[in-house]
Design a protein around this ligand. Structure first.
Ligand SMILES: N[C@@H](CCC(=O)N[C@@H](CS)C(=O)NCC(=O)O)C(=O)O
Length: 253
């Protein structure tokens, strides 16, 4: 039994929080990525005709927050008591509010597809009130957790939200150091750290060393060939000189 997550290709606001939870819990799963152009063809097979959808043994669970909560429950990250759970829920539902705030103008999609400038500014303005409230709240906690000073699903899901928006909208977090610190702390957690989609890919050290050796080898080979040609040429000149003088009649010397 392997979990399957159905969503569009690439990063998505409604699927990434579930993926962060899966990464943190080291729960194996497969992504079923649907190309945009294929969506009209396949959408009727999904409940509510929307994605993300979680599949297990051929059965489907729709609704992003239901999917997140399913894994949060498995990982005992819902909160320690009813009050904590309600607070964590509230933070997770606020992510949906940010999506709603940006959705009418499809701002994130526009920026991600290269239409930057004014759209970046507009997105930053729409997200600012959320960031101000979060920054203020984090100053009342240990700075690394939103609820109860210990890890809950709200930390993982909310950190993902701001990390992702921060990648798309430049300088978004500049005025919000507490949010940045919180987000970075979550992304340093085991499992999440290895998963992070935002890190620069690892430098290809082995390929780089092979390439450098290849270049050095090629230069050395070229120098050897050149040296051999020069030595050969000098030898030929000396021989030619000798031959030339040996052919000059003695009485002319
Ligand atoms: N409340 C749903 C909303 C799902 C939703 O709107 N998904 C979008 C992608 S993020 C979708 O399926 N869009 C394609 C469509 O509406 O045809 C959830 O949280 O899962």
């Amino acid at each position: 039994m392997v979990y399957k997550l159905h969503y569009f290709e690439g990063l998505g606001a409604r699927v990434e929080p579930a993926r962060i939870l899966l990464a943190y819990g080291k729960i194996p799963y497969e992504m079923v990525e649907i190309p945009f152009e294929k969506w009209p063809e396949v959408k009727s097979k999904y409940p509510n005709e929307k994605i993300p959808v979680l599949e297990l043994d051929g059965k489907f669970v729709p609704q992003s927050i239901a999917i997140m909560r399913y894994f949060a429950r498995k990982l005992h990250l819902l909160g320690k008591d009813d009050w904590e759970m309600a607070q964590a829920d509230a933070f997770v539902y606020t992510i949906e509010d940010t999506i709603t705030a940006l959705m009418p103008d499809m701002l994130i999609r526009k920026i991600a597809t290269g239409q930057k400038g004014e759209y970046e500014k507009e997105a930053a303005e729409k997200l600012r009130p959320f960031l101000e409230r979060l920054e203020k709240h984090l100053k009342t906690t240990n700075g690394e957790n939103l609820v109860g000073n210990h890890l809950t699903w709200a930390d993982l899901c909310v950190a993902d939200c701001w990390k992702r928006y921060g990648v798309v909208v430049p300088n978004l977090l500049d005025d919000f150091p507490a949010v940045r610190r919180f987000s970075d702390a979550v992304y340093a957690l085991p499992g999440v750290k290895e998963y992070s989609l935002f890190e620069t890919p690892e430098f290809p050290t082995v390929k780089y060393i092979i390439f450098v050796f290849f270049i050095i080898g090629a230069v050395v080979l070229a120098l050897c060939v050149l040296a051999a040609c020069i030595v050969g040429l000098i030898k030929d000149i000396v021989e030619w000189q000798k031959l030339r003088y040996s052919q000059i009649p003695e009485d002319t010397v």
